[in-house]
Design a protein around this ligand. Structure first.
Ligand SMILES: [Zn+2]
Length: 196
């Protein structure tokens, strides 16, 4: 590392030790050219990537927003708060681990779904229905199909009833279906291009 005083190209480390509970390395350096001594600190860079919204605009990651999304999905469901904290931690760990400057919000949504799938089925369907409403309505179909594959008729029936009787999930599914139908309606009719 360059000497900040005389700009000599190299300096040597004369002491190196852990600092701040081992999360940093503190080094004393000495410049062989001018004998100046100085200290450097090294720590892992754990910056959160930006979230790339559907519109393509990046925005800073917002932990509160993530929490609100999850809490909305588990509203009045028997999910203990520590499980919510754990789910948020898991999502944030995956976010840090991607090691990219920007992560599409859709991908974060998929991670939230991974967490909710294990936590509470109704919460999962609520979240999935709201989250996938714009891009992938077929995901519901897949989820319903998946439920229909459940081993016993009893398990199948109880899961389907849970979802059908849940007002939030029902409203979200209805909204998603309406949106998809509107989108299909707005699509210009297919015209065959004449080739000359
Ligand atoms: Zn120097």
């Amino acid at each position: 590392m360059q000497c900040p005083f005389c700009k000599a190209v190299d300096t040597r480390v004369i002491d190196s030790r852990l600092f701040e509970d081992g999360t940093q390395v503190r080094r004393r350096r000495e410049c062989p050219a001018c004998d100046a001594r100085f200290t450097t600190f090294e720590r892992a860079q754990l910056q959160m990537p930006y979230v790339l919204k559907r519109s393509g605009t990046p925005e800073p990651f917002d932990e509160d927003k993530l929490r609100r999304g999850i809490e909305h999905a588990i509203f009045k469901r028997p999910v203990p708060p520590e499980k919510v904290d754990h789910a948020i931690e898991n999502v944030m760990r995956r976010l840090r681990a991607v090691n990219e400057r920007e992560v599409p919000s859709m991908r974060i949504g998929e991670w939230v779904m991974d967490e909710l799938r294990d936590l509470d089925h109704v919460a999962y369907v609520r979240f999935a229905s709201i989250y996938r409403a714009f891009s992938d309505v077929n995901a519901f179909r897949e989820e319903i199909n998946r439920l229909e594959q459940l081993p016993t008729q009893e398990a199948r029936r109880s899961q389907m009833l849970l979802i059908e009787n849940d007002p939030i999930a029902a409203a979200a599914i209805a909204a998603a279906t309406a949106k998809r139908m509107a989108a299909e309606h707005d699509k210009p009719a297919k015209t065959t291009k004449r080739v000359k």
